[in-house]
Design a protein around this ligand. Sequence first.
Ligand code: AGP
Length: 615
Amino acid sequence: MCGIIGYLGRRPVKSVLLEGLRRLEYRGYDSAGVVFFTREGLFVHRVKGKVLDLDESLGALEIRGEAPGLGHTRWATHGEPSEVNAHPHLDCTGEVAVVHNGIIENYHTLKQELSKRGHRFVSETDTEVIAHLVEEALAETGDLLEAVKKALRQLKGAYALGVIWRRDPERIVCARHQSPLVLGIGEGEVFLASDVPAILPWTRKVIFLEDGDLAVLTTSGVEVFRLGGERVGRPVREITWDASRAEKGGFPHFMLKEIYEQPEAIRDTLRGRLDPETGRVDLSDADLAPDFFERLAKIYIVACGTSYHAGLVGKYLLEKWAGIPVEVDLASEFRYRDPLVNDRTLTIVISQSGETADTLAGLRLAKELSARVLAICNVLGSTIAREADRVIYTHAGPEIGVASTKAFTSQLTVLLLLTLYLGQISGRLPEEAARKLAAELTEIPHRLQTLIEKVHPRLRELSEKYFRREDLLYLGRNILFPVALEGALKLKEISYIHAEGYAAGEMKHGPIALIEETVPTVALAPKESGILYEKMLSNIEEVRSRRGPVIGFGTEGDRNLAALVSDFVGLPAVSWELSPLLYTVPLQLFAYEMAVRRGCDVDQPRNLAKSVTVE
Ligand code: AGP
């Protein structure tokens, strides 16, 4: 997610913009820039690098400047990290400047139309089209607010944006749709920001804009409008958080914030790629077309840790609906064995960071062996993303917590898109099934939001009961077996409790020897899983008959399961293919609450790094 700061008032505009950007650095970014007024016109300065580089290079220029001004830290989604792709972006006249956070889905079309009308583009970003749309609208309206409204009506997608115009030095116009934007109200000064921390040094009075809001900022205050034109009132709130808490959006830890961000991350990862009516998948933003998948004999999925678990889920999906054999391998194993990879193999490498050493080595080995390599990655321009033949980006935004959460469910989302895509081009996935799956997948962000809010208190309660335990077993079957592995990994890496994920059918082959009163078992048993549900009930009986406590996660209202287990957590009914998306999140929350109760450093667990760039 990008960071935005805007200022209008008497303070030195450069220092306000730089300080605001410094307070947004925690969000992760690859480039930064500012724009402000000077006597000669709008002055724009951008760097590929950090705010410190921006500060130093600005200082060397000895430019004073005055408000209004805008600043931006960019988390690249469209267009490599570079100075030319950094924000702010200008129109052809250099008199309109825009900073933006979000994804404009229809920017390709808009850019083509604007280019045909003579507009000259300098960047690869989606954002730049906004500056040229405003330029055109200003030529008609001569008013910045009306021009921004006119431009927004042509956009599809998510945006939080700030716009200034050289001929209107008294105003900043901003707008918000599915990407956060907050206004700060001072004495004779106003601020805009993508997040509260950026404005805390100067004011604690804020207005949170809502989707579809526009606002006009002047030194005498703020006016909020709807896109339709009507004026609306938004309450001015007092922020009581300290700066550290504010960086986490009011959450105590980045990990919890990122767990709660998963509905938005899934929505952003789906954006522009799935037609819920037809089930049709468009992967053209990854430059993917059916010919890339021709003559495929086998798929290897290569990854580490949580990304490996996502790959295991992918195996179940792709084998069922794409009808291609899938082998999932730990990258650290794949790279040192002799995998039977050739030009009829597709190797999918999954990596949140795009820098994991073992996964990168696996990618390079696959390419040496003539395989086609497709990356699923969360960081644009990362090494893995650059070296793969194609890359499908998750749009989870920066994941700060070491324990991966929103990146995992975003990876699952991409694997579901790929399954729908390959299932349809192979003809193996019937139209009706594709439509049903696509419609249900589109609803997942909303259902997940409801689920998180509903089950979190229950999991907090369960953590009170179990946080002193030193060993837990996680059991799942079929597509929920990888979810059991992931749930166990989450618990062990942040609470330091020994936890093992196991295929439930393996109980009799060893793990059952571990069962006793002090070893709780987490069992994933959705009622919708048919015969596997009955098998899970038998496995739970085996544990209960040896006095092992069982925490059962299943379909809400399932009285059979509830009666069988020591503690029951009900989840909404969900299709087999989508069950990992729903069943993972309660396990993330359970691990989080257990770690908090054990006083662990949830965001930076001992011995762990966010990206393992060494072997
Ligand atoms: C997951 O919570 C861990 N942080 C770790 O297992 C991680 O998934 C693994 O290191 C792979 O990282 P990547 O996705 O960035 O390649």
